[in-house]
Ligand binder design. Structure first.
Ligand code: HPA
Ligand code: ZN
Length: 386
């Protein structure tokens, strides 16, 4: 740990302060979420329920320490630390990020399980005034365990439809899915999954790329991205913060993925260190989804917030998002926005601009975009523009 890294306790103290502030601007702000992995929203409570329901025992760490109660699962969630793809503080008894993330996949067995996962997210998002979201899902992580695509997709669809109709009374919550390719599996596996997913084309708006980036550049998956572009899908790709060869990966995504570059980059924060990359991203109008709570778990805040500010000030279409909230100290879009307001010294007006950026770079229809922009304008007019 660097001297300047925050401790878990410091981050919790800050998080508590943010929740207790009851900030009416932050709570009322209509929000758009463009970077959330649905599998990364599995709360400790749902994990426990699924393990009981499906008769699957839970463990943590390479020692396989048993988790035998909801309390123990909640406690284990507090100890998921460090960079995505790296070991936890003590990986013998604590879960690494990927252990928590992919371990959660194993618990999802039936259509009802997928419904519960997605509905849990939509409920939570609706409470935070999320109007529209584009959640990622990782189908290869399910089909490789023998789960039929139909089981997963029917569960997601039921939740999505219900969220739109049932939660409408409270807030409108519309969604479209982004199918992510697991970059640590082969390009052939990616293509096979892509072709299988065409059956559900009407639910899926975009194709993304996630999982362990080490030695897995985006260009490896060019064939599937080209095919997806030709079929009318939007494209995005993870370029994790401070990854090896990150500038090269960002350049591939911005300039050549799918033929002439993707519409969005997920994370990609190191672009802030590279004027040429910033220029390409700005000129091409590429959107960037930035998830600060994910980074400060393993990086000093001095490395994080000035970069976000720099990208924003350069006129790049940045939006703030949440990534894998359940495994990232329970930080959702609300907490991420709260954090950047304080640490990047954004005004409330800037936070409204961040939502407008999200509207601009999201992939919903014109009518939904106009409805959200109208709501943001009314919100701003009502005295929240400072
Ligand atoms: N990066 C890479 N893989 C992931 C992530 C991420 O942010 N979240 C879930 N899988
Ligand atoms: Zn992510």
């Amino acid at each position: 740990m660097n001297k300047t890294d925050s401790t878990y306790e410091e981050r919790q103290e800050w998080r508590q302060r943010c929740i207790l502030s009851n900030d009416s601007f932050m709570m009322g702000l209509p929000k758009i979420e463009l970077h959330v992995h649905i599998e990364g929203t599995m709360s400790a409570d749902l994990r426990w329920r699924l393990s009981v329901r499906n008769g699957i025992s839970l463990t943590a760490g390479s020692d396989k320490t048993p988790l035998s109660s909801l309390e123990e699962v909640r406690e284990a969630y507090k100890h998921i630390r460090g960079r995505i793809g790296a070991a936890a503080a003590d990986a013998k008894t604590n879960m690494t990020f990927y252990e928590a993330y992919y371990g959660g996949f194993d618990l999802l067995q039936t259509e009802g399980d997928y419904y519960d996962l997605a509905m849990g997210y939509f409920e939570r998002a609706s409470q935070m005034q999320v109007r529209y979201c584009e959640p990622f899902f990782d189908p290869q992580g399910h089909t490789r365990r023998g789960i039929p695509s139909d089981v997963m997709m029917r569960g997601f669809k039921r939740a999505q439809d219900e969220a739109e109709s049932r939660l409408k009374a409270r807030t409108m919550i519309k969604s479209q899915w982004i199918m992510c390719i697991l970059r640590d599996l082969s390009p052939e596996s990616a293509m096979a999954q892509y072709e299988a997913m065409l059956l559900y084309k009407s639910m899926v708006v975009g194709i993304g790329l996630d999982s362990d980036e080490f030695q897995q550049p985006p260009s490896l998956f060019q064939a599937v991205f080209k095919r997806a572009r030709a079929d009318g899908f939007k494209l995005t790709t993870h370029c994790d913060f401070n990854q090896k060869n990150t500038h090269e990966h960002i350049l591939q995504v911005a300039k050549s993925l799918g033929g002439n570059g993707a519409e969005r980059i997920d994370h990609g924060m190191n672009a802030a260190d590279h004027p040429e990359l910033m220029q390409i991203i700005r000129e091409k109008g590429i959107g960037m989804t930035i998830c600060p709570c994910a980074y400060i778990r393993h990086t000093s805040e001095y490395e994080v917030f000035p970069r976000i500010r720099k990208l924003f000030d350069a006129g790049i279409q940045v939006t703030i998002a949440s990534d894998d909230s359940a495994y990232m100290e329970d930080n959702w879009i609300f907490h991420n926005l709260y954090l950047v307001r304080e640490k990047c010294e954004f005004t409330n007006g800037d936070l409204i601009s961040l939502q407008r950026n999200a509207v601009s770079i999201c992939w919903t229809d014109r009518e939904t975009k106009i409805a959200i922009l109208d709501e943001l304008a009314t919100f701003e007019k009502n005295g929240y523009s400072s």
